[in-house]
Structures are given as structure tokens and as C-alpha cells.
Write a protein that binds this ligand. Structure first.
Ligand SMILES: [Zn+2]
Length: 299
């Protein structure tokens, strides 16, 4: 949708409805659920958090709504994952005031040289320079995102800076435990290669010594050719892959076809989680859910 139209609709529906409860607290707008959970763990009840991407949607194919324009316009801070994942937020940013504070969580990771390359992952609209944007699925890199969030909150709301820093330290301890837990569980996997729907698990695989043997869709939303699917089946057979992972945000058809032809099992990995999704409604729960899914076929 054209930006001008989005803004106009945003203003119009803003006058007609009042969908958000007004608490008087500063609002932090985030693009994806895992970042919302990070902000909630750092900011507690000192802010209201609004997540732009709805539960069950994919950031790779999302189109912003007029409500998103309103959310961003009223925010104290906008937290973006970055590296092209939430490319659609650029339009929303340009509709907001120049004084809006924006945190791009990929910046700290890029500075430390921790970003991995990706191949045409986001399709035509991205400008992320070939970086794989799924770093939050590595609990060690997630700690750096949480540190960046705490610093951005402290800068935007200095009166509560100590509160944010203390909470961040406590939450980072939990992320460290999660990392140790996943490292110990994955260490004993007897099968170490897997096939995923899209390259969401590259950072995770690198962290825990696993191998993303093939991906079904390099660029989510672009259907693979029959030849490519046959190639993935060959990889699955040659590498004795036991797990082909589908994702709740996309159709499982291709994964099912590959598994049927290679003798692997189809299981569900969820890179996003979301509010109201049982067992996947916090980052910690989401990651434990995903490791359990992997263990089903690979342990
Ligand atoms: Zn993705």
C-alpha cells in the first residue's frame, strides 16, 4: 500500500475508533514478538509494548496497516530487528516524527562482526546487503539484543535507567542458562543435520554444532521449483537427514513431500512465537519448544 494512503487511513480510523487502552505509560513499539518479550523483560510494567507483526504472520511477507502507522507515531521508542527482516518498517518510520528514537538491534551485532551472510533471503524489497537476519534464534546473540534494548530504554527514559539495567542483567542470566541447557541437550543429538523451511536456523545451527543441510525456500514466499525440491530430497537421502522442519507461518506441503520421499519426519519449528500461542508465548518457552521438536527426530 502506498505510504500516503496508509497515513491517511491511519488518521481516519484513528478518529473513528480507539482500539488501544490508554494507560498514560510510554509506548515502545517493536516489529516482532521475540523483541516484544525482550522489552517486557527489561521494562516490566514501566512501559506499554505494541508489536506490529501479528501472531502467525511472517515478517518476510508482512504489509503494514494504518494501525501500525498510529502505533509508531505515538511511540517513545521503536525497536527494529534489522538486517532486512522487518524492511517494511522503513515506510512507518518515515511517517513518524524526526524525534522518534529508533533502535536497530542488528547494529551492535554488525559492529562486532557477528552477522552471517544470507542469499537473497528477503526478496526484492530488501536492502540488507545479503545478511541473514535471524540472529535472535541464537540465545547468545539475543543477549546482545537485550543489552542494546536496555541501553536504548535508559536513553529514552533516563529516570528509570537503573531499573532497566538491573532487569536486563537478570534476564541475561536466564538467557545464559537457556544457552547452557540447549548446548547440553543438542550435544547428545545422534543426528546433526536437518532441513528447514527457510534459513531461519543458521545462527542456531552454528552455535550448537548442527548443520542446516538444505532449505526449502531461500526466500520465503517464493515457491521452489520441482527440480529444486528433488535436489533437496537427494540431500536428505545422502545426508541421512531425519528431520524436515516446516513452520507455522507457511504451508507444510513442500516439507511433507520431501519427507515422504526421503524417509525423514516432518516437525514444526517456530522462529516467531507470539502472544496467546500456548507454549510459545515467551522467548524462553519458544526456544525450549523448538529444541524439543528437534529432539523428537534428532536425539
Ligand atoms: Zn525468516
Amino acid at each position: 500500500m502506498a505510504l500516503a494512503l496508509l497515513v491517511a487511513l491511519g488518521a481516519l480510523s484513528g478518529g473513528l475508533t480507539c482500539e488501544k487502552e490508554v494507560t498514560g505509560k510510554p509506548v515502545v513499539v517493536v516489529t516482532i514478538f521475540p523483541l516484544a518479550d525482550f522489552v517486557k523483560n527489561v521494562a516490566g510494567d514501566r512501559v506499554d509494548v505494541a508489536t506490529l507483526l501479528p501472531s502467525g504472520a511472517s515478517p518476510h511477507t508482512y504489509e503494514p496497516t494504518p494501525g501500525d502507522v498510529r502505533d509508531v507515531a505515538g511511540a517513545m521508542l521503536l525497536v527494529v530487528s534489522g538486517a532486512g527482516l522487518d524492511f517494511w518498517v522503513e515506510d512507518l518510520k518515515s511517517a513518524a516524527s524526526d524525534s522518534l528514537a529508533v533502535l536497530n538491534t542488528s547494529a551492535a551485532l554488525a559492529e562486532e562482526g557477528l552477522l552471517l551472510s544470507g542469499d537473497e533471503h528477503e526478496g526484492e524489497e530488501d536492502d540488507h546487503g545479503g545478511v541473514n537476519p535471524h540472529y535472535w534464534l541464537d540465545p547468545v546473540l539475543a543477549q546482545k539484543q537485550v543489552e542494546a534494548i536496555a541501553a536504548a530504554l535508559a536513553a529514552a527514559d533516563p529516570d528509570n535507567a537503573d531499573f532497566y539495567e538491573d532487569n536486563a542483567a537478570g534476564y541475561i542470566d536466564q538467557l545464559r542458562s537457556l544457552d547452557e541447557e540447549i548446548a547440553s541437550e543438542t550435544r547428545s543429538f545422534t543426528s546433526r543435520e536437518f532441513i528447514t523451511f527457510h534459513p531461519a536456523w543458521t545462527y542456531f545451527a552454528q552455535r550448537y554444532g548442527l548443520v542446516e543441510a538444505a532449505v526449502i525456500e531461500e526466500s520465503p514466499g517464493k515457491e521452489p521449483s520441482v527440480e529444486y525440491i528433488m535436489h533437496v530430497v537427494d540431500v536428505a537421502r545422502e545426508h541421512h537427514v531425519k528431520a524436515v522442519f516446516a513452520e507455522p507461518q507457511f504451508s507444510a506441503k513442500a516439507a511433507e513431500a520431501i519427507a515422504a520421499d526421503s524417509g525423514a519426519r516432518v516437525l514444526l519449528l517456530d522462529p516467531m512465537g507470539g502472544e496467546g500461542l500456548e507454549g510459545r508465548d515467551s522467548y524462553l518457552a519458544l526456544m525450549r519448544y523448538n529444541v524439543d521438536q528437534m529432539a523428537e527426530a534428532m536425539a
